[in-house]
Design a protein around this ligand. Structure first.
Ligand SMILES: C[S@@+](CC[C@H](N)C(=O)[O-])C[C@H]1O[C@@H](n2cnc3c(N)ncnc32)[C@H](O)[C@@H]1O
Length: 216
């Protein structure tokens, strides 16, 4: 049976600011619950305001593990002023820069999940470079350039336990479906071509792969 969040967790997720549609969120949740069985942390790249983090945090709580979420909190390219995904409410009036960290903290507090999450505030490749322990899930939802998506893949997949799950968001095989580009699709193809992953599920733009071999 596929794991689903309790109604209050689902309500907190749906109320949170962010980009994860509910049906993809449910697929992510099921993957996170399954990956929790390894007894290892569940890692997300791309916290934003904590919408998807709620799901990883609740899955981590159920498994007695911790969710890790990485973000510099300055926003991706497409979230900057002048772009379609920009939200002026995320700009810090003092610095004039995006800062999604305060909203993220409120989101987790409201959901009652603060104790189950470690927020890693920094650039994903920099954090990955100093990380030194295995994780049961890597969820890639960070920058959408090839540079960022490949760095996320190369930085975090080596920490993914064998049998663990790699989830990638915004995988669009048809370039007409997404104007932020197809870098997530290309790392999805890269994972399959590596021979180290097999596909577990596809829910619109959310793909879940299982690590079945070494190598990236
Ligand atoms: C699409 S949003 C994440 C959405 C979130 N998972 C949700 O469910 O709403 C992408 C996030 O990745 C972050 N990001 C982009 N490039 C990054 C990098 N190189 N290192 C850390 N964070 C990055 C941005 O700051 C942004 O908050």
């Amino acid at each position: 049976m596929t794991a689903a969040p309790e109604p209050e967790i689902l309500a907190a997720f749906e109320a949170a600011k962010g980009f994860m549609p509910p049906h993809e969120g449910l697929a992510l949740y099921a993957a996170a619950v399954e990956a929790g069985r390894f007894g290892l942390p569940l890692l997300e790249v791309g916290t934003y305001c904590g919408r998807s983090t709620i799901l990883l945090a609740d899955a981590a709580r159920r498994a007695g593990v911790t969710a890790l979420t990485v973000d510099h909190h300055r926003g991706s390219e497409e979230q900057q002023p002048g772009w379609d995904y920009h939200d002026p409410a995320t700009v810090d009036p003092e610095t004039g820069l995006m800062d999604t960290l305060p909203t993220f903290r409120r989101t987790l507090h409201r959901a009652g999940l603060e104790d189950h999450v470690i927020a890693l505030v920094g650039r994903s490749p920099q954090v990955a470079a100093v990380w030194n322990s295995p994780v049961g899930l890597v969820f890639v939802d960070g920058g959408h350039t090839d540079e960022h998506a490949n760095a996320d893949y190369e930085g975090w997949v080596p920490h993914l336990a064998e049998g663990g799950l790699l989830a990638i968001h915004d995988v669009f095989p048809d370039p007409r479906d997404e104007f932020t580009g197809q870098a997530p699709y290309r790392i999805y193809l890269r994972a399959l071509a590596s021979g180290a992953f097999t596909e577990v599920s596809a829910t619109d733009s959310l793909r879940v792969l299982r690590r079945t071999g070494a190598g990236i």
